[in-house]
Design a protein around this ligand. Sequence first.
Ligand code: FDA
Length: 388
Amino acid sequence: MTVDLLVVGSGFFGLTVAERAARDLDLKVVVIDQRSHIGGNAYSAPEPETGIEVHQYGAHLFHTSNETVWEYVNRFTKFTDYEHRVFTNFGGEVFPLPINLGTINQFFRAAYSPDEARALIKGQAAEFATGESRNLEEKAISLIGRPLYEAFIRDYTAKQWQTAPTALPAEVISRLPVRYNYDNRYFNDTHEGLPVDGYTAWIERMADHPNIEVRLNTDFFDETQEFNKKAVVGRTPVVYTGPVDRYFDYQGGELTWRTLDFEQEVLPIGDFQGTPVMNYADGSVPYTRIHEFRHFHPERTEYPTDKTVIMREFSRAATRADEPYYPINTPADRESLLSYRALQAGEPNVFFGGRLGTYQYLDMHMAIGSALSMYDNKLKPLLRGSSK
Ligand code: FDA
């Protein structure tokens, strides 16, 4: 079978490139994915008993201030007017996040004005100078002071990393936003919303083109399938969005990731927590947060009123067998990544992209934006000659 471009991975990065090459240049594109579904980590599906849409790899909230990306994604889906807000359960009380004047006044049982709160936090943060932190704890205290750090950051961070913040490098956090007003909108991008008929419908529309063939359950490194690395590289241009260390058989070392474990439950009640995401800041609670999926779509009247779906989230270091979610990015990782970048130079017809291919956490709009740039700046000039 003749193809003009092979895309490894059907996440947002891979599908954006595939869609552009097929529609813009009329090229034949094959997209392979080792999973049994398209969409990468943004995939969602209705929970069978309730029909409530569940984001299978953790909650996905779309937001962007990039007008090019916004115009592009609106070709495939409409968005609801959902605005994300998060609360945190600490010491038997619920507080709004990100830390704002509401959080501060509730925590200190006070009615501070913005200036009073600013002066209070500045005084508490003076315990450590910002530039001299020896670890994450000192850095966090230098930004928000000890009381707020100990309540909202210390144990939550320890659960995320399974490591005490005193043993984590200061660079893990660069800033801890504190808002001196009552605004608790989580994102401050120009555009925000959730796909009206779900992520999977959006993703399927991107792949719905006669020139795009998607092959699922197909691993690029499996030499028994047609479009494997050995058979394709050097013959057909490849966009590779799998893990960069796997591509080079880990010869520059194994890059480290955090993964998440999810525990999903259908409960016989209409509403469990009254909000989509509740963090758990106490060290005594083993999970980091609970998602309740019905609240992502309050407009969906078809959802049952006597059942709800919740998902507890637990965080830990990933092994090679786990889903890699967040790059840990240790000094050793950064060194390995440099060696992989050098190796990539020897593969001129393979384009590494996306979260796994570049070892970077990317939000969806960033994955789509960088795929559009790669298409315009590298792939289109190269592939133009192959188009009919
Ligand atoms: P993605 O990981 O989606 O796709 C890569 C694909 O490659 C996968 O389908 C994989 O199976 C496939 N693959 C890998 N190796 C292969 C091989 N050898 N052969 C064949 N296929 C192979 N973003 C956001 O904007 N808002 C949010 O709220 C969230 N929330 C969120 C939560 C969690 C827990 C995570 C981990 C991530 C988010 N994101 C997010 C980020 C979002 O998931 C991310 O932007 C996209 O997944 C990036 O798309 P990619 O195509 O780069 O990777």
